[in-house]
Design a binder for this molecule. Sequence first.
Ligand code: ASP
Ligand code: MG
Length: 426
Amino acid sequence: MALLVQKYGGSSVSDVAAIRRVAQRIVDTHRAGHDVAVVVSAMGDTTDELLDLATEISPGPPPEREMDMLLTAGERISMALLAMAIEHLGVPARSFTGEQAGMRTDSSHGRARLLDVTPDRVRATLRGGGVAIVAGFQGISEEEDVTTLGRGGSDTTAVALAAALDADVCEIYTDVDGLYTADPRIVPSAARVTRITIEETLEMAAHGAKILHLRAVEYARRFTVPIHVRSSFSDQEGTWILVGRPLTSALEDTMEDPLISGIAHDKSLGKVTAVGIPDRPGAAAKVVGAVAAVDVSIDMIVQNVSTSHQGTSDISFTIPEEDGVRAVAAVRALQHEMGFADVLYTSHIGKLSLVGAGLRSNPHVAARLFGALADAGVNIEMISTSEIRISVITDQQRLEEAVRAVHTAFHLDAEAEAVVYGGSGR
Ligand code: ASP
Ligand code: MG
């Protein structure tokens, strides 16, 4: 007998028929003798619809506290309906809000962080032979206000619950059969990854792969929670995300070869360039410091000798597109004092990241990556590497084409087309 935490995303509970199907799966697992705690997202596009309502009522930025109160309503609907559907199948079920499930958070509305997880009532329900259902992505602050963990945060709720309950596995149910070597919506020949390390998953999630909430992966690594990502629309085994365990023997055979896990891409970036900065110590610190001071996170940074202004350098860095205006303003505020020529901003930057074990030490990998992009006629604007990742910045317009070219160059294409059952990818 095992203790399982199962998380169902919005596309798995999009209507009554879907909720019934999920209820049946939970009941089957329960009847097989396992303890099941469930985390559920809001039905289908409910969260987006609630957001639209708020924008209609209040065109400016809405009060954050009320926004969280509104958005958490979505998960209350799905958790109660799911509990009813399970009861109808003859198994006792209890639904719990984030507060009732002991999800204590800080008070940053819309992006709250978990401080403590004490799922006493969930435990009691399991002990009593029932199924416990917990509302995803919500908690309660020290001021007793309802909070949310940020969009897609139900994954984090699930991993946190699994850690607190010391579950054997956290199953993340979505509308594809696991993690793929690239987004199957862009690369139909993407192959399912059967096993991947948590570090590689972290790189994939951090660099645009919309597979799991980044914080959920970070949490799983910290608390060593094994994750199984799979589809709620099929019985196929999905992808196992391994925490702190050695490679399987099949992989050990090829230990010295680089193992490519997949290609992530990101279309949500912008690029800021400070042009013609007088070349002296401290210049980069000042520019980057100013951006950090307005709380914008920087991804890649490149500094080189300015071609247009002698004796000066250019600093370029990428940021989330939504922070473009703030970042440019912060850099522009330094222009007079530092005496640089201009600040440029490019939106619609694309980033492609190749993730796998042993990439940095193998120069053939980078050579093949750049060669594939060259053959496809895609220009590389910036490059960054880590032990297990190589990222390149390209024109966003050419990004999807670039992903397909690189996928083929590394022989990642599968025979069969990947199946996307839902549409949202969650
Ligand atoms: N319903 C929330 C959202 O759509 C949380 C989640 O689905 O994980 O962002
Ligand atoms: Mg959702």
